[in-house]
Each structure stands twice: as structure tokens, then as C-alpha cells.
Design a protein around this ligand. Sequence first.
Ligand code: SAH
Length: 509
Amino acid sequence: MPSGIVYLVGAGPGDPGLITLRGVECLRQAEVVVYDYLANEYLLNHAPPAAERIYAGKIGGRHNQDQEEINRLLVAKGLEGRIVVRLKGGDPFVFGRGGEECEALASAGVAFEVVPGVTAAVGAAAYAGIPLTHRDFTASVAFVTGQEGRDKDETSIDWTRISLGSGTVVFYMGITALRRNMQLMIEHGRAPNTPVALVRWATTAGQQVLTGTLSDIADKAESAGFKPPAVTIVGEVVNLRKQLRWFDNRPLSGRRIIVTRAADQAGEFSAMLSGCGATVLECPTINLIEPASWEELDTAVGRLTEFNWLVLTSVNSVRFFFNRLDFLGLDARALGQCKVCAVGPKTAEAILARGIRPDLIPPDYKAESIVSEFAKQAVRGQRILFPRADRAREIIPRDLEQMGASVTSPVIYRNILPDRLCPETLLALEKRSVDCITFTSSSTALNMAEMLSTDLLANMLQGVAVASIGPVTSKTCRDLGLKVDIEPLEFTLAALLNSIQRYFSTAAR
Ligand code: SAH
């Protein structure tokens, strides 16, 4: 039997971007993933779909008995010869019981590796704008468990040293015992007006920060109903947050937004949204694939010089068209004197990147704008090659024909349903923890409705702001029974992002 291995991987504190490259590599190979409640569920997307996913939270909380069960599970899977990832919140060796898991593996003779992670104190400090050390304030920092002594009569923490020995002190698991811990620090000599910050769900869209002092933070936490998981940062450095806060005051901070574009296209828009503070839930509703047959397009390409115009209506059309030329052993020169029309600025950019300057750039994919641009071009008798997606509307080729042009419109890609919708996103919708969903084409909305059923879609999107890229998509949304809350005037991702920001700048939190 091949020997198994258990990777103890630090998932980081919450933001899925804070896992290490090595951690992602391990997840990509995983056959079994055993994960914690503190590990961001999105990281599971890095694991192969076939990997077994075991939620260790169901096995137990933080009790010894349950920990032993987890140890036994890891050992058993390792002995079965499986590649196991034990995905742990933060860093496996900082209050993560990773040491105990490794001891169990070592004594059973199961190979293991430890992949460090960004621990909660470090993540919370960075995302709250609180440098843990600073030349003007402190040269030392201590990480301390805030619940030590809960099951013991005597606490093993030397409170005098903790209170006075370290400039910055970060308590983990310290919310339930907050009042006692703050009191102990004061009793052991720390000034009652020392600044304190509580950082909950650090580095995630749900991050909450409460600031105060050793003497008043417990009252403040109580009246705010502040709950775990949170770290407590004590020290003068907390004051720097006033100036260094950057994460939780961005325009879309705290907002969870679904992007429904095809997986290979979502990246750009997701990055734009997260750059403004949103947490992006990617839920591809489209899978773009080659046409069932290339015959029609290949025939047209064979007579490319006979066409007066090539019209490409999206970045996808550009990609599929030029990839096909490439496959046929051709390049941009095959276009000869054929003029090129790029619909929308992004399409124009994609065409420019292929070394061709578009002759005509209608601003967007609306029949009126394309038709009115062509009206200026005297198209009567002109031959137009208009590659299209299989489900694209036929209006534009028809309108151009009515203007006297001869239009050939072969299918250049197909827009099919993905195998399934992202389960993590569906879970977030069920938990009502989503603020906004974005539809960047009619197909994204239609496909989602088809996969969920129209009724269920409308139901799941109650209370979720619907953002549509333009009037055509908005109409599709309305036909599906959705209320469109956000629609930009211009048909671009940048304009959509602006409208979303505007909407949330006035919306209640
Ligand atoms: N191994 C983890 C710590 C696990 S102990 C790490 O290195 O971060 C669990 C405690 O970690 C929680 O009680 C809380 O104090 C802290 N914690 C974990 N994730 C957190 C987060 N996103 N925000 C704030 N505190 C967090």
C-alpha cells in the first residue's frame, strides 16, 4: 500500500488570500480534507472535487475527547495511504493543537508535514491597522491564551510578566474571560487607561473592531454583545489604528458580493470588487466551450478576404476567434482588408492585444448603438462576418440585413450550464449572509434560474441587492421575477462597480 501523508496546513485567519502557496499546493493534491470551523470554507475550492471533505467541527469543539477523535481520524486516513490535508485556522502550531496532532501521527508512524499560516493575532493586527510592534511604542509582543485556567484552579500564566513584560499582548480565546483578564492585567500593574482593541472575524468581510481601555473594554463588549471568535490586542500600539485603519473603512467593506461570470472570466471583476473591500463569492453560472462544429466558422475563415467586416461582440468572441485562427495555422494577416468592428471598450482592448486596431467601436452591445454605427458606414451590399454565442440574440444580424448587408453569423462558442453551482455560495445565500449578486449578462441570470428553478432563485435572493450590467440583463432579471436595484448607465464593469459603490454608500448596514 502506498504510504499516506498528513499535511497540517495553516489556513490563515479568514481572508482566503492569506493561505500560503505551499498550503494551496497541498490542497490541490488532497484526497481527504479535514477542516476546522475557523478555516475559510472557500479554501476547499482548491481541493479536487472528488476529495473527501470532513468537517472537524462536527466531530467536536475543543474538548479533549473530540481532539482524540480527530487524532484517530488523521492517523487512520494516513495509515490507509491517503493524502490528507488537515486544514486549521491561522497557524497549526499557535493554539491550534497541531502539536498534539503531530504527536499522534509521529507515534503511529504516519508521515506528516506542517505548513505554517498567518496566525489570528498577525492577521487581526494587519487588517485592523495596529502594528504589533513599533519603534516608538514597543519592541515586544506576547501571544497569550485568554482562557487558561478555565478548567484549572490555578492559572499558569504569570500575570505580572504578561502585564508588564511585554509592550503588546494579544489574547486568543479571550472574550468569555475578557473582564477577568483585563482586571488581572490592571491588578498586576498595567495602567488602566492602556488602549485595547477587540478584533472579531479578523480579515473577513465580517470583521468587527471594538476599541477601549483595560478599564472599560469589558463593559463596552458587554453592551455591544461582542462575541467570539476574536483576539484582544492590548498596548499603546492600538492607538495607531486611528491613523492606520485601511481595511474596514473601504467603500464595500463588510459587503459580500456574488460574481456569476464564467470561471475563466470572473477574476478581473472579482479583483475590482475586493479592491474596494468586498468579499467576493464566485459562483460561475456559465461554462464557455467550443461550438458543436467549427464547420460554419472554418468555411467563413477560408473566405475571410471576401468579407468587408468582421464584428466581434465580446472578449470571449475575440478569444475564441483568434484561438481558432491559430489552430488553423493562421494569424491576424488572414483578415487582409476586412475591417474590424469591436463592440465595447473591453472587446476593443482584446482586439488591440491581437495586433489589430478596430475600425469601429460601438460603445456597447445594444442593437441601437451597433446599428446606428453601421448606418454611418453605408453597409448596403457589404458582407459582414458576425460570429456569435449560441444563445445570443439574433436581432443585430437581422437589423444589419434589413439595412441591406449580407450577414454570416456562425456560432463561435457555446454557453452551457456548469455541472453545479458553487455549494459554498449557495450555503451563504441560505444563511442570508450575502449583500449583493451581480449579473453581467442575461445568460448569467438565466442559467442560475435554470439550475435553481426560477421560484427558488427569487426566494434565495430576497434581501440581496441585484446588480445588472445593463438594460438587456435587467429585463431578463425582471422576467425572472427579480427586482433590479443597481444598473449603471454605461455598459462596463467599471461603471457597474461604481454603481454598486454608490448604492452601498447610502444603503443601511
Ligand atoms: N491556530 C489559530 C488559533 C486557534 S485558537 C491561529 O493561529 O490563529 C482559536 C482562537 O483564535 C479564537 O478564539 C480567536 O481568539 C482566534 N481567532 C482565530 N481566527 C480568528 C479571526 N479570524 N479573528 C479573530 N480571532 C480569531
